[in-house]
Design a protein around this ligand. Structure first.
Ligand SMILES: *Cc1c(COP(=O)(O)O)cnc(C)c1O
Length: 374
């Protein structure tokens, strides 16, 4: 079945007790045992397994084309669970422009485990192959990347991982399973911050890890989730499922709006460059065409001039909201360099935008008036 149909049906069943069509929210921490001591439905204690979480995991495994999934309390909890499965001395290759909190996991939580981490240009498979060592266990990719929307060729990185006997993991948050399916290209596991498009309404924080096949890092992440307690609440799972039903149709609108806004900015005299993989001028355009069905709602642009000009545009918008995060109905604009801190490589004149579900002409008019006045 197609993804629109699976988004509505996968993981969902009419409630056997009441025939409620929509999934009930099971607010319980524990489940009754049979007289002979068994748990007949497999649910014993809510940290270890819970029906709302099981449904979310089944649904997202289906959308991503995986065999199993683990839901976490955030995207970062999913990443932390993977790192907890590594051994001291293991080597990891990650993108030089990886999500900025990801670096903090290694630098600020696990320095005592003496992992070796190399940050490589993932758009260049030769650079990734050159970074491989005998101790390489994980190759982490993020595509499209943040905030320059760089595109990593997934099939080529998957091949490097297979040869190196390393597990390849793709953070596919910007693309969602609607626009890109890394597992079909040989990547071993996918993570999403479900906080973003998958939840889709800026009302819940969550993460998911989906695997194509059984492997030791997935099983260790399951232990961190269940015994380490990195679990989402039942209500978080329920809200995320509610968001998923409309994901494929929301993505169509994000993509259409994104393309229109990118074209407008590309032709604006005050804009130096637009980073959107849907534009022919984007260096990752051909790779994006090859591995994505459409180009999404995330973009960034650099204004002619300095940081003050960029901050000035962000200060003057009226329809866009100045906020971090992405993937919700509201369009967001954000000056990234100032939240990423002094060590960031993000250009100071760059603004990142999550194009929401408003009318594209209202978004364009808003940017037009903001650009006019700086
Ligand atoms: C937001 C985000 C994360 C982190 O997810 P949280 O749910 O905030 O923990 C990781 N990767 C990308 C690409 C993100 O946008």
């Amino acid at each position: 079945m197609r993804i629109e149909t699976r988004a509505v049906h996968a993981g969902r069943r009419v409630d056997p007790a009441t025939h409620a069509v929509n999934t009930p929210l099971y607010l319980t921490s524990t489940f009754e045992r049979d007289a002979d001591g068994r748990y007949p439905l497999g649910f014993g204690y809510a940290r270890e397994e819970h029906p709302n979480r099981a449904m979310l995991e089944e649904c997202l495994a289906s959308l991503e084309g995986g065999t199993d999934a683990l839901a976490f309390s955030s995207g970062q909890a999913a990443a932390t669970a993977i790192v907890q499965g590594l051994e001291p001395g293991d080597h990891v290759i990650a993108p030089e422009d990886v999500y900025y909190c990801w670096k903090k996991i290694f630098a600020e939580i696990f320095p005592k485990w003496t992992f070796a981490v190399d940050y490589a240009d993932m758009t260049d498979p030769a650079a990734v192959a050159a970074a491989v060592r005998p101790s390489t266990r994980v190759i982490w990719v993020e595509t499209p990347s943040n905030p320059l929307l760089r595109i990593t060729p997934l099939a080529e990185i998957a091949a490097i991982g297979r040869k190196a006997n390393a597990i390849t993991i793709c953070d596919s948050t910007f693309a969602t399973p609607v626009l890109q399916r890394p597992l079909d290209r040989g990547i071993d596991m996918v993570v999403h911050s479900t906080t973003k498009y998958i939840g889709g309404h800026s009302d819940v924080v969550g993460g998911i890890l989906i695997t194509r096949h059984q492997n030791y890092l997935f099983e260790r992440a399951r232990k961190s989730q269940r015994f380490g307690g990195m679990i989402p609440s039942a209500f978080d799972c329920w809200l995320t499922m509610r968001g998923i039903s409309t994901l494929p149709w929301r993505m169509r609108a994000h993509c259409a709006n994104g393309m229109q806004v990118a074209r407008f900015l590309e032709s604006h005299p005050k804009v130096e460059i637009v980073h959107y993989p849907g534009l022919e001028s984007h260096p990752g355009h051909a790779a994006a065409r090859e591995q994505m069905d459409a180009f999404g709602g995330m973009m960034s642009f650099q204004i002619r001039g300095c940081q003050d000009k960029a901050m000035g545009v962000a200060a003057r918008v009226r329809v866009f909201t100045r906020a971090t995060s992405l993937g919700g109905p509201h369009s967001f604009i954000e000056h990234r360099a100032s939240i990423e801190g002094p060590k960031t490589k993000t250009p100071p004149n760059l603004l990142r935008m999550s194009i929401g579900l408003e009318h594209p002409e209202d978004l364009i008019a808003d940017l037009d008036q903001a650009l006019e006045s700086v």
